[in-house]
Design a protein around this ligand. Sequence first.
Ligand SMILES: Cc1cc2nc3c(=O)[nH]c(=O)nc-3n(C[C@H](O)[C@H](O)[C@H](O)COP(=O)(O)O)c2cc1C
Length: 216
Amino acid sequence: MFNYFRKSEPEIRSESGDWISLPEPAHDGQTSIENALLKRQSIRQYAPDPLTLAEVSQLLWAAQGINRPGGYRTAPSAGALYPVELYLVSGQVDQLPSGVYRYHPENHSLEQLMLGDFRRELSQAALNQESVQDAAAVILISAIYQRTTGKYGDRGIQYVHMEVGSAAENVYLQAVSLNLGTVFIGAFNDDQVKSLLNLDVQEQPLCLLPVGKIAP
Ligand SMILES: Cc1cc2nc3c(=O)[nH]c(=O)nc-3n(C[C@H](O)[C@H](O)[C@H](O)COP(=O)(O)O)c2cc1C
């Protein structure tokens, strides 16, 4: 029987600051899935307004939240091994100090890792892409390959990349539904992002998703 709690898997760092319980995500909305698909596009310029904690909660839940008993998530995962980790690099989010937070799907909460505004340095690590600096917050999708390659060998590498794509698309569609803009950023210096966010050596950053209100 497969162990869903990954007790024997490598642990990511667990030094912690404060924990923030996120508002319950909504399970219904005003936008149909067809309309969200119709409107999905990459948006790189944002209004200078903050995001609400409810919006952040909804985006993170869309990406990797638990959606049914058994710990299963909104995005599929090969063997339900869940190699994907999410971080929020917060700059302007109501009720959330600027900083770096790790999302914990199991209790839909954020673990505060670092305080301070890291958007500018993150943008520099992403070839100075302005969308990263200008967004109210940036979601980082990283992965611990070993969770999946431990079972599937090298083929697991592909599986991990597919899973990051699923999570990112969920964020895009949820952003449309919330009238927010986002863009998939794949062009960045891995080592710089790892060092800036103090990622574990076995953890690979794979996608940045700046998010902000859509500029009028
Ligand atoms: C794997 C991947 C990497 C990407 N990297 C970047 C990037 O670094 N910067 C950026 O502005 N857009 C990036 N994009 C977004 C694409 O440029 C965008 O999806 C494409 O131009 C099509 O536009 P649309 O998303 O509005 O349909 C990336 C998209 C994907 C799927």
